[in-house]
Design a protein around this ligand. Structure first.
Ligand code: GTR
Length: 359
């Protein structure tokens, strides 16, 4: 299953000009990346953050990021951009647009598919609609911990999955650490899986995750990340689910102060590039970009772990009611219908994940 707006070709690399509206983008979609990438483009002012000057850059790319400037994935993006700049002696300039400046994730993914934005760091959940293999990460309780997940991500099968987005027009550059997602609610704390029943939960846009909430008897409501705070505040939804850094940085804890660490999913973060923009690069530049992405991973993971620790302390300080889940067995049992439904589709990956469990 691949989703496409039927746009052929791509704009290639960004020329530093103002952002265009959707209609303008559609018209501009005819330029080929290969033709554009041979051009030397003048740098000009913009809203992105870049730690080096972009004055002499020949290639300029925009990278969309939904999180704030100091969030661990954003720090990973910036590390990636810095490594690319260094290795290319400033020829390749990647500007990181943090804080959702370029739009909500589903829209950004469409724009990366069209080539009107060249790169994004995004969650694999909304990518599922474009490249179905990413649905794997929406399956609950399949990884024991972060190390188990990373054994899979680093394995050939995890890398093959990353490469499978090519059919939908995305070059997968690397995975970043997503931590683990847990439930949080406005009023009724989730102490057992049965407490999910009848409550309305915001979910990311992924069929697999919708089915997970249904399996627990909850009512799933897909919506953009940027709408979650106000929807919790107004009572449109009873709860949501996310990792600690998102729960804290998006201040959802203010309006949903019951946090239950069941760690149901590890929804891989991914760094992707428009496939045509990638294809238009020289072999040398492909190596530079790929190597920089790979080299940014340990840095991002380190930032991630530190952030989870400091956010947990701040959440406690803020008076959030935190429930630790010691025994995941009843949760896994309650979620079994979703594992049964998707077991066959993802059999190959799930077998590999099982094999890597004890490694
Ligand atoms: C975060 C993830 C974001 C976004 C968000 C969400 O954990 O890093 O990219 O997908 O969750 O729930 O929408």
């Amino acid at each position: 299953m691949t989703k496409s707006k039927g746009i052929v070709g791509s704009m290639g690399n960004w020329n530093g000009g103002p952002l265009m509206g959707r209609r303008g983008l559609l018209k501009a979609g005819a330029f080929s990346a290969a033709a554009m990438s041979t051009l030397s483009l003048a740098a000009c002012g913009d809203g992105g953050s870049s730690s080096g000057g972009s004055g002499g850059a020949e290639l300029k790319f925009r990278l969309a990021e939904t999180h704030p400037e100091d969030y661990p994935t954003t720090l990973g993006d910036k590390k990636f951009a810095d490594l690319v700049r260094e290795a290319s002696d400033g020829r390749i300039d990647i500007q990181v647009f943090a804080g959702g400046q370029l739009g909500e994730e589903s829209d950004v993914i469409e724009q990366v598919q069209m080539g009107s934005i060249e790169m994004t760091r995004v969650s694999s959940a909304p990518m599922t609609e474009f490249s179905s293999g990413m649905g794997l990460f929406g399956l609950p309780y399949i990884f024991d911990d972060a190390d188990h997940m990373w054994r899979f991500l680093d394995d050939d099968s995890g890398q093959q999955l990353l490469g499978s987005m090519e059919d939908a027009g995305f070059k997968g550059l690397c995975y970043f650490d997503p931590g683990a997602r847990s439930f949080y609610t406005r009023e009724k704390a989730i102490l057992t899986p049965a407490d999910v029943k009848g409550q309305k939960f915001r979910v990311q846009e992924s069929e697999v995750i919708i089915d997970f909430i249904k399996a627990l008897g909850g009512s799933p409501t897909p919506m953009d990340y940027g709408e979650v705070y106000s929807s919790l505040q107004s009572g449109l939804i009873d709860g949501a689910e996310n990792n600690e850094p998102s729960y804290y940085s998006a201040t959802h804890y203010e309006v949903a102060p019951n946090f239950t660490r069941d760690e149901h999913m590890r929804v891989a973060e991914i760094l992707v590039m428009n496939q045509d923009s990638w294809n238009g690069l020289s072999d040398e530049d492909k190596d530079i970009i790929q190597q920089a992405a790979t080299d940014a991973i340990p840095f991002q993971r380190e930032k991630w772990d530190a952030q989870v620790e400091s956010d947990m302390a701040k959440l406690k300080e803020a008076g959030v009611k935190i429930t630790e889940v010691d025994d995941i067995t009843p949760w896994r049992e309650a979620a079994q219908p979703v594992l049964d439904k998707y077991g066959e589709e993802f059999a190959e990956y799930l077998d590999k994940i099982d094999e890597l469990r004890q490694a």
